[in-house]
Design a protein. Sequence first.
Length: 760
Amino acid sequence: MMSFNRCFLSLIIAWHATPFPPSRLEIINAADCVLGCNCFRIGNRLTVKCDHDLPNLLPEGTSAVCVNDLYTKHLLPDQFSDHAWKNLTELRLQSWKTEFIDESSFFTFLNLEYLKISFDSLSTLPPGCFSPLQRLRVLDLSGNGHLTFDDVTKALSFPGVLPNLEEIYLDKLQTYRDPAKLYEPFFSALASKPIRRMSLSGANFNSFCLQSFIPLGIKLEVLNISDISFASMNFIDLVSKNMFVTLPSNFFSSLQVMDISYAKLPGYLLLTNPRNQVWEYDCASPLYQAQHMIANGISPFEIRHENVVFVTRNCRKKLLKKLEARHNNLVWLDAYFSRDLFSFREVDLSYNRIQYINPNLTAHFSQIVHFDVSHNELHRMETAPEFKEFFSFNTVLEYVDLSFNGFTKLPEMFFQNATSLIVLKLSGNKFDCIDFQLETLARLQYLDISLNNIMHIGGVTQMNLQSLFGHQIFSSKNGTEERLRVNMDWNHLVCSCENLESLYWLMLNKFYFEHIDRYTCSFKEKSEPLDSNTLDIVHSYCAQGSIVLTTIVTGLALILSTYYLVYRISSLCDAYRNQKAAHNFVNRYRSGEIQGKFITFLSYASVDRDFVLQLVYQQLKQKLAERLGADDNLICHHEEHFFPGYPIAKEAEKYIMNESLTVLLVVSDAYCESIFCQHEAKLAEYSNKPVILMLREQVDVSKMSPELSALFSRYTRVKWVNVNGEYIMKPDWDTLCDSIFMLAEEYLQKNTKIIASCNR
Ligand SMILES: *[C@@H]1O[C@H](CO)[C@@H](O)[C@H](O)[C@H]1NC(C)=O
Ligand SMILES: *[C@@H]1O[C@H](CO)[C@@H](O)[C@H](O)[C@H]1NC(C)=O
Ligand SMILES: *[C@@H]1O[C@H](CO)[C@@H](O)[C@H](O)[C@H]1NC(C)=O
Ligand SMILES: *[C@@H]1O[C@H](CO)[C@@H](O)[C@H](O)[C@H]1NC(C)=O
Ligand SMILES: *[C@@H]1O[C@H](CO)[C@@H](O)[C@H](O)[C@H]1NC(C)=O
């Protein structure tokens, strides 16, 4: 069953690799197929897949046949007598029993382009057996453990054989026999064919000589010598210091991919423990010609570079773009290149044991886009002063994976210059708080902070995540909003009273959190689903013994309540304290202690401009000035304060998030529909700014954005009512001012606390 699936899967994969337009897989009715086989159609390709037996007849128009676990001992041409075999372009046969192929077995396949034979018991190949296959492009003889390179060489040397062969796969060939000799006739036989891909992985060689690749080298695009081993350590060619000197300079000049993973190379070819050395790295060397080098698992030894400088030569031309070096026991990389390696785009050093990377190394990969150092031990670098420079200069980075490195903390400005980041993975570390800034990552679309220790979402974590949400409107290129997703799963969140406010915040922003419906939090030592039901239970648990909220509202004649009022009951339950807060604020303001901030930011829709200017702005400004004894910079008003020429949304962000203490939203139906106004409401909400809602009229709640309706349902508000054609505000201006002062004072106090709370 397993091999059935594999066969079928590989077919599907092969199809997808072909340039046909992707289309639906159609499973043909058993009655229309060969008895005992399955038929599938993708696009206009019909595939017949059978077990054990070759089908006698094929449905009209069959283009591919795949037979698994073939029972036939001797493959003879009369088994392919049906005329439909002639049209076949693809044949895959796998067997443990087939021992013989005839010289004329493939006689009928004049149109075949792809042939795979994997016969465990096949002991020899008749030299002329491939000669009818004039159109064959891909020959896959992998897994024929008894077949030798000699047999293959003879078949490939047959006059006029396989003139169109582009790809040859000889993985795990000759594994049941003596070690292979990969000698010159093999390459000469291939030299006359347009070979682009060659795979020799898993073979055991007795001799392996780079020079013999010369006839092929110029044409090869993909060379796979992964998992090769050498029977003896007698590598005259490899050892020679001059081994590359004798190679022509255009050797491997077309090479795009080279896979040497798990190759058992002699130890002296690996730079294991250089120290205080200058290495010359000649980019022109034929071995560095591949654009994509895959070298996973080649070093069984620990690799430590201490104070090593690679002096590069001839690195201007086409060069390595992508390097994979997983599972290599890299431990210490205190090394760097003498100059920029512009070519590097992708580097994967995951699954090593790296404890140190000199930031100068990454700095010289100045065009690197994709950097994966997950599954290492880079937390050991946390205390190194140069750690903060790790990503200082990599401004084009789009993908960074630092997962599973045991980090507890990253420098505050660690990602400041990585402004192109789209994916940032920090999963599986030990962060208990996100205290590094993310706000410059305006293009970020995926942040993975799952599997950390964020039990409490503190103010700093909240602030840093919010700074990302603020960018979201801008991240779209063509008008569609590209949504940021944050994965915070598996962080052992705690549903405690002190965490409650943050959890409400989390629910409010659930739009951004991936799989939030499966998050849990522990409450009274039990794991509960994180939903509004649980939060309500926690809320009432925390509120027990506190003064009931309504008394504050009536007691103070307060027309608004806020986030803090609702959820920080204990700290705000004292009406006296609130009055005192307003009083305090006025005193501090008058004594000059609070400077450089607007008291409130005025947000309204442009169609409400006349109303706002006539009825709100002037009177509020006058009242605030009276109370505070100052008359400028009280209300931030875009017409007065935004810099001309800057994007409005960006300016709003700056003034709401950084320059104002509270935000006053003048809400009307037009406000609810305006994208800019919604954005301003969002900014206020996300930056935890105290919000005062002023309703110009009855507002249609269904038109509100989720943020606005959350604000609306939560906070009480200032209302304008029309009495005999005259607009009257309820409550009066003094009460409104009191509330603004109190909220501003609360905000200032809370903010100093936030800044202090994550400083470990
Ligand atoms: C083989 O292909 C030709 C041309 O594409 C077609 O006319 C013919 O019907 C096919 N024969 C079979 C048996 O499928
Ligand atoms: C090289 O061959 C191995 C074994 O067949 C395979 O797993 C690997 O994907 C191949 N590499 C490339 C680049 O195709
Ligand atoms: C990185 O390079 C700069 C300039 O060459 C040098 O001053 C600094 O010490 C290097 N940093 C490390 C950690 O080696
Ligand atoms: C970001 O880049 C600027 C300019 O190159 C540099 O001065 C600053 O130190 C960098 N920031 C960080 C955190 O590396
Ligand atoms: C915008 O781009 C995305 C991907 O880049 C694409 O999927 C989407 O269809 C595009 N939308 C429009 C309206 O062109």
